[in-house]
Design a protein around this ligand. Structure first.
Ligand SMILES: [Zn+2]
Length: 174
């Protein structure tokens, strides 16, 4: 199924008044900063936005974004897949005063000159924030620790397993 593309920016007031819900993708090629922060982005980014007016009559929106990216494992220097999952709630503001008065649960986001907010930038910022400072494979998946963890087991297996060359050598001896 062809997914809808997320508009770059929206008028959050109008969207809140009509209770807009968006489920859409951002093409991965559009998120340059995320691409620069990773080795690669594995797919287009899935996003979901809900616009609403809260009890204090603030126009707010909730969003989710997810995508898998490739990072370098700091332990073994091999690539690893990392799943980014961002979840956020923003309240658009016009000035510092509005920003200062926001309830803590909301992130402020400034309206642009057209009275809109840039959803692509928000998604990109939020995804970059989910990246670990030090990326590491899960211990059982890491090349570096696999060696340490299983070294003993491999030796045991080799002893138990019949050696095909040994069998051949015995045949030849007969
Ligand atoms: Zn690793």
């Amino acid at each position: 199924m062809q997914k809808v593309k997320l508009p770059i920016s929206v008028d959050p007031v109008r969207a809140a008044q009509s209770g807009t819900e968006l489920e859409a993708i951002i093409q991965k090629a559009l998120l340059r900063r995320l691409a620069e922060s990773t080795i690669s982005i594995q797919s287009d980014i899935s996003t979901k936005f809900t616009f609403e007016i809260d009890r204090q009559k603030l126009r707010i929106f909730h969003g989710k974004a997810s995508v898998a990216v490739e990072l370098i494992c700091q332990r073994c220097n091999e690539p690893m897949i990392y799943q980014c999952e961002a979840e956020f709630t923003y309240c658009p503001v016009h000035n510092q005063e509005q920003e200062n008065n926001l309830p803590d649960v909301y992130e402020p986001i400034y309206y642009d000159e057209n009275g809109e907010v840039n959803l692509h930038e928000i998604v990109e910022d939020e995804l970059i924030l989910t990246l670990p400072q030090i990326s590491k494979h899960a211990i059982e998946d890491c090349e570096e620790s696999k060696f340490e963890l299983t070294f003993g087991e491999i030796e045991e297996e080799e002893e138990q397993r019949p050696n095909p060359f040994e069998a051949l050598a015995q045949l030849k001896r007969k």
